[in-house]
Ligand binder design. Structure first.
Ligand code: COA
Ligand code: ZN
Length: 289
């Protein structure tokens, strides 16, 4: 039986525009424009900014300037600058660039794991284990993603129990937070409720985040379903930029502007200044090649 918990009065927004957004935006942006975007989002009040990925530049050419971005960003005290790493090589690059918060990304399906990481789920965890060990030893904050937690572009709907298994494995690696990703934006509110009801016995709600794409225009209804089950951390992307190049059909992420406006209407505080986010997107767009 799923019970509804009181909605939180504060939600933490993880701004993923500079990473999930820009990795799949049709435009190309100079490093300086990305840096200004990241700084503007932090200044707008985003407590966490997913800044870039230390992945293979052949896999994600748009984020090939990860080192340069990290080197140039002026960090605001109190803001977490998160970077994706797929393996130890990525971890070493990230650390050399001064990163102190990293995200691993596992998949709930074998087909997506192959497409995104060129590895089975088992092989991907063999790569993650030394990264997690080093992160813990280095005092680096660790997030774990469960990609395609709702549905996979290659194998259809995901069994929530598969997602729960991945959550357990990421938790066992020592992840501080686990993000359930609806990578292709297939979820309806009932799917979110079902997924969370399956996953929540495995991990406390305050350590779970939800990463939504707005394919069907129901992302905000999905947020509400998650709020009812005590979720307090949501990913969103300024301007609704983004999608995953290995997830055909995945359009933009849930837009930060929509999420902030929706939460504010319900009296839920985010600390994010809507107008400042809009300005950050306008400025970025001005640099599009
Ligand atoms: N940073 C930079 N380059 C890397 C790297 C890293 N973290 N990891 C591997 N590489 C390079 C290797 O040096 C090799 O380069 P070469 O072809 O010039 O010799 C190439 O990438 C392939 O390396 P290999 O170890 O064989 O990896 P792979 O081909 O099995 O690919 C990943 C595995 C994980 C590196 C790659 O699939 C990847 O980066 N995926 C990320 C996808 C992503 O970010 N998706 C969006 C997020 S949801
Ligand atoms: Zn995404």
């Amino acid at each position: 039986m799923t019970t509804t918990t009181p909605r939180p009065c504060h939600v933490t927004i993880v701004e993923v525009g500079p990473r999930d957004g820009l990795q799949n935006d049709p435009g190309t942006y100079p490093t300086e424009a990305k840096v200004a975007f990241i700084e503007a989002l932090a200044a707008a009040g985003a407590p966490v900014v997913e800044t870039t990925s230390f992945v293979s530049p052949a896999a994600i050419p748009k984020l090939a300037d990860a080192e340069a971005v990290m080197a140039r960003v002026t960090r605001r005290p109190g803001v977490r600058y998160l970077a994706l790493v797929p393996n130890e090589r990525g971890y070493e690059r990230a650390r050399a660039a001064g990163v102190d918060a990293v995200a691993l990304f596992a998949s709930a399906t074998e087909a997506f794991s192959q497409a995104n990481l060129r590895a089975t789920i088992e092989e991907s965890f063999a790569r993650f284990a030394p990264v997690a060990r080093r992160a813990k030893a280095d005092g680096v904050w660790l997030r774990g993603y469960v990609s395609v937690a709702i549905a996979c572009p290659y194998s259809g709907p995901t069994d929530p129990a598969r997602a729960r298994d991945i959550v357990r494995r990421l938790d066992a690696l020592g992840c501080d937070e686990v993000a359930l990703a609806d990578t292709i934006g297939a979820a309806r509110p009932a799917d979110i409720t079902r997924l969370l009801a399956t996953v929540l016995p495995a991990i406390p709600a305050h350590r779970l985040a939800l990463h939504l794409h707005d394919t069907r225009g129901v992302a905000l209804a999905n947020v509400d379903a998650a709020l009812d089950l005590g979720i307090e951390v949501f990913d969103s992307s300024a301007g609704g930029l983004g999608g995953c190049p290995y997830a055909p059909g995945a359009p933009g992420n849930l837009a930060t502007e929509h999420l902030v406006a929706h939460l504010t209407k319900q009296g839920i505080d985010t600390g994010v200044d809507l107008a400042a986010v809009r300005d950050a997107v306008t400025a970025l767009r001005g640099h599009r090649d």
